[in-house]
Every structure is written in C-alpha cells, then in structure tokens.
Design a protein around this ligand. Structure first.
Ligand SMILES: Cc1cc2nc3c(=O)[nH]c(=O)nc-3n(C[C@H](O)[C@H](O)[C@H](O)COP(=O)(O)OP(=O)(O)OC[C@H]3O[C@@H](n4cnc5c(N)ncnc54)[C@H](O)[C@@H]3O)c2cc1C
Length: 420
C-alpha cells in the first residue's frame, strides 16, 4: 500500500465504470485523480434503467435479429432506429456484428459474458457498505413479461436460460400477477429471475461512490481531456489549459473512447447505441416492486426513489446528433399496455433523457492493459450492462494494475481481439 502511494493514476471518465475503478485503485493506496468533462455520473450512467441484469448472458448479435430488423426499422418509433444518413458509417460495425452471430462465436461470447455476470452483484455489496449506500440496492429479482408470444416460444427462451445456469422460473398469468398485481391483464406469461437486483437511483449510486473515493483520498477534476500521449516520463494527459503526467492511466470514457484510442493507434469498433428513458412521477409502490421488461415492446420499467423509470430503445446515430425525445414519449405509450391503471398521460415529459451506450460488435467490454502500452489500462465498451458490470470491472482493473491474478480470465476482453 505504501509503495502504491507514490504512484499517480488518472482515471479518465467518471461514469459508473470509471468510478468503480477509482474507488478500487484509491482503496489500494494509489494516488488517484478522476477526470470528467461533464461531472460525476452525468454520462450514460445517469438515466439508465438501474437493473443489475446478471441474467443477460446472451450477446446482442443473434441471427433472428436479422429477420426482425427490417420491420423494426420501418416503424420510426419502433425499438430500433437508424437514420439512412448514418448507415454508411455504421456498416463496418454492423458487418462485425453479423460476424458475431456465428454459433461458435456466440457460444464463446456467452461464456465470457457469463464469467463477468456470475458474481457481478456480489462485487457491489462491500463497496456499497463502505460508501454507506446499501439502501440503493434492492434484491427482489425481475420479470420479463410476454403479451402475445406463444407458450412454445416462451418455453424455448426459458430453456435457453436454464442451459446457461441462469436461475429462472416460467410463470403463468396468475403467478405473474401474484408477484406484480398492477400488471395489465394483457400479460400472459413471464420469466422471473429471482437473483437479479435493481437500484432506486443510478445517479445517487454514482455520487455515493464518488464521495467514498473522495473520503479515501481521490481527487476529482472537471475538464475535457483532449489528448493522451506516452513518453519516458509516463502518460501525458492534456486538457485545454493543462498538461499532467501520470504513472498510469485508466481509460473509462464510455461511448467517447474511440477518439482517445485512435491517438494511441488502436482500432476500436465502438458505436454509440443511443437509448432513452422517461420518469413517471408516481408513487412506485402503487405500480411495481421490481424491474419489469416487456419482451415484445423491448423496454423496461423500474421502480425508483423519484418515480417509475421507463427505459429502452436503440438508436444508431452520431454522438453529436440531437436527441429525438419522441422516442422517450413512445416508452410512455408502451407502458399503458403493460401496467393497469396508469394515470392519464399528459404531454408533459418528466425527465426525458438520452444516453449513449458504448457498444462493441461482440457485446463484450474491453478490460485489460492496452496491448502496446503497459501503463494504460482500458475499461470501456460495457454496452447494455455498464451498471451491472461496474464493480467487477473496478476489481479487475485493480488486479491488472497491481499485477495480481484476476478473479476472472480477462483474455476474452483484451483489446487485441480488434488489433491483430
Ligand atoms: C436507456 C438505457 C438504459 C440502460 N439500462 C441499463 C441497466 O438497466 N443496467 C445496466 O447494467 N446498464 C444499463 N444501461 C447501460 C449503462 O448505462 C452503460 O453501459 C454505462 O452507463 C456505461 O458506463 P461508462 O462509465 O462506461 O460510461 P459513461 O457513464 O457514459 O461515462 C463515461 C464518462 O466519460 C466522460 N468523458 C468522455 N470523454 C471524455 C473526455 N475526452 N474528457 C473528459 N471526460 C470524458 C463522459 O463525460 C462520461 O461522464 C442502459 C443504457 C441506456 C442508454
């Protein structure tokens, strides 16, 4: 620990991933500076669905999506959107995405995701206890509900989870309603995942972790990193008005990471998968007690401290494209089919939000040292699972920098898979 105190580490990006890295490294005695251009937890980690979704062990690249995609794209407010102007830019990523649909790759990527998801919630528990934030983690499981899908298909999905050792129960209408009595009578079946969890405020969780890191000695700087370069003195991080040297840096800049990695001559096929959320100001106890996702409408509702959060949808567009808040209002329309007795919807949107998921075509994050820079560690590309995987990523980054054996084999997450 004492030796570590002489080592200066910068963590770039104060989203849920960077925050967990900062806490872990500062707790190990390193001198950590956390840097973010917009503030603590204000990027994609702010308005997400708050679901510790450890059951999601299947990569996004799946053959059946190819058949469903044209129909989804034809509906301007459907679950997936892509502007024709952006298509040429997306093609290289999409080609790799299709490549990952091959059975052998899908099997390998599923095993890798499983290895991270397996104990992901357990890694949060000691951190939340130390940060006095245990109240933010609710362990009541979650439901995936079905309105029209035939039982045969629901059963196939159920069996696929069982085959991957995911704890799951297939419930009929009555059993589903006994768990969540305020669901709409449209719901016919559900899959119940008893071992997953949710948070009642993703933003508060980030703030609590930041406060904990600060109490341990970590400092925070609000500034934009323009360049990073490597020299004999260490890693130089330059902002508009300052240049600082660090012994080691961790890049955890989410959907904005591609530009920084290009400066170091690495290829990173990262796309910003934009998603929306909207909060209904209702007493959540009158509606739900756990996250409920709709299999057909592809969105999720999570009871939070300030109301019911509706979240989901995928939109491919450049990072600079203006938000289309109609996509957030669509979530509210969908909620009327899943929940009974929702109050009359007004045109007023409560906290409509756009976030950009950092997504790689194989649905695996990058966690590991940069192949040609031993004092740069990468923690990025957590796509739909950044909240879920934050704590385990922080733990692995600590172990990587300290040259310890990692709790999980990190070979599948190495950047070299895109830089052969
Ligand atoms: C609608 C929606 C719902 C979701 N629901 C869930 C869910 O239920 N469960 C789950 O596990 N995941 C969910 N996700 C995904 C999850 O939110 C992301 O995977 C996660 O937030 C990514 O965290 P991050 O720390 O990598 O990125 P971010 O939170 O985006 O943090 C990156 C930070 O880097 C900073 N940064 C970038 N570039 C620079 C620079 N040059 N200089 C300084 N700072 C910089 C940014 O300002 C930002 O704060 C959801 C996402 C969306 C959009």
């Amino acid at each position: 620990m004492e030796e570590n105190g002489n080592k200066r580490i910068a963590v770039l990006g104060a989203g849920i991933v960077g925050l967990n890295c900062a806490v872990e490294l500062q707790a190990r005695g390193y001198q950590v500076t956390l840097i973010d251009k917009i503030g603590i937890g204000e990027g994609c980690s702010k308005g997400n669905a708050g679901h510790f979704a450890t059951e999601q062990v299947f990569p996004m690249a799946e053959m059946k999506i190819l058949w469903q995609l044209p129909k989804m794209l034809l509906d301007p407010l459907g679950p997936v959107a892509l502007s024709p102007k952006y298509l040429p830019k997306l093609l290289p990523w999409f080609a790799q995405f299709i490549g990952n649909m091959a059975q052998s790759k899908r099997r390998k990527n599923t095993q890798a995701l499983k290895s991270l998801n397996k104990n992901a919630i357990e890694y949060y528990k000691p951190l939340l206890a130390a940060a006095d934030a245990q109240y933010l983690l609710i362990e009541k499981g979650s439901l995936l509900v079905f309105e029209k899908t035939p039982l045969k298909k629901v059963t196939l999905q159920y069996q696929a989870y069982l085959e991957q050792d995911v704890e799951v129960k297939l419930l009929n209408k009555e059993e589903t309603l006994s768990l969540e009595p305020n669901l709409h009578k449209n719901i016919q079946y559900s899959l119940y995942f008893p071992n997953v969890a949710h948070t009642i405020s993703p933003l508060e969780l980030s703030k609590k972790l930041a406060e904990h890191a600060k109490n341990l000695g970590c400092t925070f700087e609000k500034t934009e990193i323009e360049t990073i370069s490597h020299s004999a003195k260490g890693v130089e991080v330059s902002t508009g008005n300052d240049n600082s040297f660090f012994d080691h840096i961790v890049i955890a800049t989410g959907a904005w990471s591609k530009v920084l990695l290009e400066q170091l001559n690495y290829k990173l096929p990262l796309e910003g998968e934009r998603g929306y959320s909207s909060d209904l100001s209702v007493q959540t106890r009158d509606y739900l007690s756990r996250p409920v996702a709709s299999a057909e409408r592809r969105f999720i509702m999570t009871p939070m401290s300030h109301g019911l959060r509706l979240a989901g949808t995928v939109e491919f567009a450049s990072l600079a494209t203006k938000a289309n808040m109609k996509r957030a209002s669509m979530l509210r329309k969908n909620a009327q089919y899943i929940l009974a007795n929702l109050p009359e919807l007004t045109n007023k949107m409560d906290n409509a939000w756009l976030g950009v998921r950092p997504s790689l075509p194989d649905s695996l994050p990058v966690i590991g040292r940069a192949p040609n820079h031993k004092n740069i560690t990468l923690a990025l590309g957590h796509h739909h699972l950044g909240l879920t995987l934050g704590a385990i990523t922080g733990k692995l980054v600590g172990q990587i920098i300290a040259n310890e054996k990692t709790d999980v084999d990190i070979t599948p997450f190495c950047l070299s898979r895109f830089n052969k």
